[in-house]
Write a protein that binds this ligand. Sequence first.
Ligand code: BV8
Ligand code: ZN
Length: 249
Amino acid sequence: MKVIYDDILEKMCSANNVVALTGAGISAESGVPTFRGTDGLWSKLKPEEMANFDAFLRNPGLVSEWYKHRREVTRIAKPNAGHYALVDMEKMFPNFTLVTQNIDNLHRRAGSINIAELHGNIEKNYCLGCGRRYDGEDIDGPFRCGSCAGLIRPDIVWFGEMLPSDQWEIAEKASESADVMFVIGTSAVVYPAAQLPLTAKANGATIVEINMEETPLSGLADASVHGSASATLTEIVENIKENIGEKSK
Ligand code: BV8
Ligand code: ZN
């Protein structure tokens, strides 16, 4: 089944600057739960109860145990064909930027290189007291620093917290100059990440959404493909390779 219409395919094959913005949906097929789906994380817990600094200070043990559990889930998870299709895509365009809202480290493990992690990375942690890093370590209860006994927190962006300015700048600049932006597996409701496709569109980009369902972005997208990220991205990469192959003959 051809998922992309010829005019959009043409735009992709002639693109220099390409951005892929991903959300939890690209990792769903790796067994990492999404947030807002039927069995999503927020269906059991309220983000306000867990994914914010006040909740952490109120109950550091509970929140830290939740992230420890999620770290274990992401470590068992393996990148899927959708992650690998984006690794291929990165090699096909002169400028490719992968902007992810995900903290699950799967893009890096798949081999993507130019990544902007807007919401941090679940493998990164630091001590609130002295700043000592605990990246890639197995931190366990009571989640206290070995140097100063301060609280260790995940180096991720909680609701109400600013995004890391360096990552945001990379994402914003790439969106402003994008010829094509793929928006993959995100419900497009969390800001400021959800602003990026609007920025790209306002600067003339072609927006290709890949999702299992309609989102607030679908009406703005030039193509809104309903399908799984793994199958759809694999097909799109094949289509582009064939088409670019055709042109170079
Ligand atoms: C900030 C890390 C500014 C933590 C996360 C009212 C209106 C508008 C905005 C706000 C508001 N009130 C507050 C805000 C701001 C708030 C926000 O946007 N809230 C929303 C919920 C309304 N944003 C913030 O707080 C941000 N900070 O604004 O600071 C500021 C200004 C001044 C001073 C101080 C601060 C911080 C936002 C970051 C929060 N942290 N994650 C953690 O993970 O525990 S957000 C969290 O949601 C994840 O990062 C996740 O990536 C992100 C977005 O979710 P999605 O990735 O889209 O996942 P979701 O489950 O929602 O959707 C999955 C999609 O995939 C679905 O559409 C599904 O159909 C699809 N899918 C499923 N399977 C597949 C698939 N698609 C393809 N293939 C499949 N197989
Ligand atoms: Zn410390």
